[in-house]
Design a protein around this ligand. Structure first.
Ligand SMILES: O=C(O)C(=O)C[C@]1(C(=O)O)C=C[C@@H](O)C=C1
Length: 289
């Protein structure tokens, strides 16, 4: 058999492209039914847990040299466009001066069609979701060294929660120094089978990391990362846990009965991200035991 000519090979590519195109158009027929099944009450159509499960499934079946992070970006673009077709939403992103990293991560995650607005301070960015001007805020992942951390604001019954960590499936090029980002929105948290939970703990007195760890270990909770911040009359601590913990989890009550603790709240969670070796690091740093 003779080797196919360049023209013939390109025809094969056109034929594959037609199939991909047809399938994307057909996918909309199904997404419309999904939107209907989710019900009229759904005004915010983004489902980060479903998206994480879909990408994990694809990562499992992925093979060959095509970079999975490129495939994931194509999927994010496609899912985001289908999400926009279900209902409008917009994204507030912290991007200031030369700091465009979060903008690039948000664009990769939420696609090119969703309206995104840059805000010059982290507080302004978060306020957009609190004030219902945007449905999602993209913020820098917490670090121990933050002197004015945004996560202290997440407390309260009506407060939005952390719903997602980015990048989920590796990253291409970003402007500026690579850092992880968290998305905040008003959305009920759901488990994906491989998750992290963020707790906010308020104490009357300052608490060392060892003290905080001891309280958590007694409640059979194992922190991956902790950060603390003084408030006017108390201290608040952010704790990242390596699994999904529901608001009603009885281990949280075990923390609450301790005298020093004023309040414990689940303030977010996210699907564990796919790392190069499919294992993700804690948001920032590892808690020393
Ligand atoms: O599964 C859903 O709930 C959908 O709306 C479908 C879909 C998709 O395109 O696959 C779109 C948006 C969600 O964030 C997750 C998935």
């Amino acid at each position: 058999m003779s080797k196919p000519t360049l023209d013939e090979l390109r025809q094969q590519i056109d034929s594959i492209d037609d199939q991909i195109h047809d399938l994307i158009l057909k996918r909309w027929d199904v997404v419309q039914h999904v939107a209907a099944a989710k019900g009229k009450a759904v005004s915010f159509p983004v489902r980060p847990t479903r998206e994480a499960s879909m990408l994990r499934r694809l990562a499992e079946r992925h093979r060959g040299p095509f970079p999975f992070s490129a495939l994931a970006r194509m999927w994010h673009e496609m899912i985001a466009a289908f999400t926009m077709l279900q209902a409008d939403y917009s994204v507030a992103v912290f991007a200031n001066g030369d700091e465009h990293t979060l903008w690039d991560l948000a664009r990769d995650q939420f696609g090119s069609q969703v309206p995104m607005t840059a805000y010059p301070t982290v507080r302004d960015t978060l306020a957009q979701v609190f004030e219902n001007r945007h449905q999602i805020a993209v913020l820098p992942a917490p670090r121990e060294s933050d002197d004015d951390p945004w996560w202290v604001k997440l407390s309260g019954a009506n407060a939005p929660k952390v719903i997602m960590r980015m990048p989920f499936a590796g990253v291409g090029s970003v402007r500026g120094q690579m850092q992880d980002a968290l998305a905040v929105a008003r959305l009920k948290l759901e488990p994906t089978g491989s998750d992290r939970t963020l707790l906010l703990i308020e104490t009357k007195e300052p608490l060392s990391r060892t003290g905080l760890n001891a309280i958590l270990q007694r409640a059979k909770l194992h922190p991956l990362f902790t950060a603390s911040a003084p408030q006017e009359e108390s201290w608040v601590h952010l704790v990242e846990l390596g699994n999904f913990v529901e608001e009603k989890d009885e281990r949280l009550e075990l923390i609450e009965v301790r005298d020093a603790v004023v309040r414990v709240e689940v303030v977010g969670g996210y699907a564990e991200v796919l790392g190069p070796d499919r294992v993700s690091a804690p948001i920032a740093g590892v808690t020393e035991e």
